[in-house]
Design a binder for this molecule. Structure first.
Ligand code: NAD
Length: 334
């Protein structure tokens, strides 16, 4: 920098360090999902420093260059490529690395491939990013969250899966379209597995507290069930439909991850259907799945003891069983 460009203010402190550490996040995996997360967080001023890590170094460099070229249009953010060793003081590590579904493949089909990647990755994350909350996005996300918890030895609260945050968003969007209201004014949850056994909580769907379905044992609908219930099939099949057309889902999960990261770093106590270890709910134990949970600086601090109808309870227990059966086949030894 030419000396003549600036004049130093006479009593400024050359050793000045701001008294607050920048909010720093590491994204592992610069694929479609990782980059959608990076872009969404960048334009929503979520982090002050983003380190992106990928084994495909050419792609990684290109992605980082592309994002940096947009810096004149957003709030100041440091964006760089790096390794996990650059995440030493990171607040959050977002893991999107790994295999994704090919058309027709289920999320659970990915488990063996992604387990092998995580066996290498998670011990390194813990080693280098020891103060960070872990946010798992790689599929099958509930299983990968459980694996990360076991491989990391971190407290339960510190390991979050993006869970059914995306499915819940799809559910709210589709229902809101039907009722012609802003999706932010329509409250509804998908719980359980982020996958084929996920559960719609019809009994809690509401607009401004007005329930659209009774929570009687027979789930009797207030609105025309025949027209509304197929919406859940659209939610459940959404990823298959998108993947068949464009090869991956990315923007909506990027926006969802941004909400989770903001809930953590801004200590928002926001209720989100993230995946975390459930040890005692409706007979479910030792499995990671989604329930509406309070997310803050600790990670997942509490989850809601939802009152479910008998049908919903049975479906949730089945979802937990599907996940447990998959996990029991896994070998977590190094
Ligand atoms: P992608 O193939 O575009 O990207 C994956 C990236 O991971 C690649 O760039 C690859 O080089 C990188 N990678 C692989 N091993 C690595 C390692 N050891 N270290 C660092 N980087 C590594 O895939 P995608 O579309 O970005 O999807 C990523 C994952 O996210 C998939 O498992 C997908 O199923 C999942 N996903 C989850 C949700 C959700 O709601 N949880 C939504 C969409 C996709």
């Amino acid at each position: 920098m030419p000396e003549s460009l600036f004049t130093t203010v006479s009593n400024s402190n050359p050793d000045f360090i701001p008294n607050r550490r920048p909010r720093k996040g590491v994204i592992v995996g610069a694929g479609q999902v990782g980059m959608a997360c990076a872009y969404s967080m960048l334009i929503q001023n979520t982090l002050e420093e983003i380190v992106i890590v990928d084994v495909n170094t050419d792609k990684l460099e290109g992605e980082v260059m592309d994002l940096n070229h947009g810096l004149p249009f957003v709030e100041p953010t440091i964006i760089r490529s790096g390794t996990l060793a650059d995440g030493e003081d990171a607040d959050i590590v977002i893991i999107t690395a790994g295999a994704k579904q090919k058309p027709g493949e289920s999320r659970l089909d990915l488990v063996q491939r992604n387990l092998e990647i995580f066996k290498g990755l998670i011990p390194q994350v813990v080693n280098y990013c020891s103060k960070a909350i872990l946010l798992i996005v790689t599929n099958p996300v509930d299983i990968m969250t459980y694996i990360s918890l076991k491989l990391s030895g971190l407290p339960t609260a510190s390991v979050i899966g993006s869970g059914t945050v995306l499915d819940t968003a799809r559910f709210r969007y589709l229902l809101a379209e039907k009722f012609q209201v802003d999706p932010r004014s329509l409250h509804a949850y998908i719980i359980g597995e982020h996958g084929d056994s996920e559960v719609p909580v019809w009994s809690k769907v509401n607009i401004s507290g007005m329930r659209l379905f009774e929570d009687e044992a027979n789930d009797s609908p207030l609105e025309d069930a025949e027209n509304i219930k197929p919406i859940f099939q659209q939610v459940k099949n959404a990823a298959y439909e998108v993947i068949q057309r464009k090869g991956a889902t990315s923007y909506a999960i990027g926006l969802g991850v941004t909400q989770i990261v903001q809930a953590v770093l801004r200590n928002q106590n926001r209720v989100l259907t993230v995946s975390s270890l459930i040890n005692s709910f409706e007979g479910i134990e030792d499995v990671c799945l989604s329930l509406p949970a309070v997310v803050n600086r600790q990670g997942v601090s509490r989850f809601l003891n939802l009152t479910l109808t008998p049908t919903e309870k049975e479906q949730l227990q089945n979802s937990a069983k599907v996940l447990r059966q998959t996990m029991e086949k896994l070998d977590l030894s190094p």
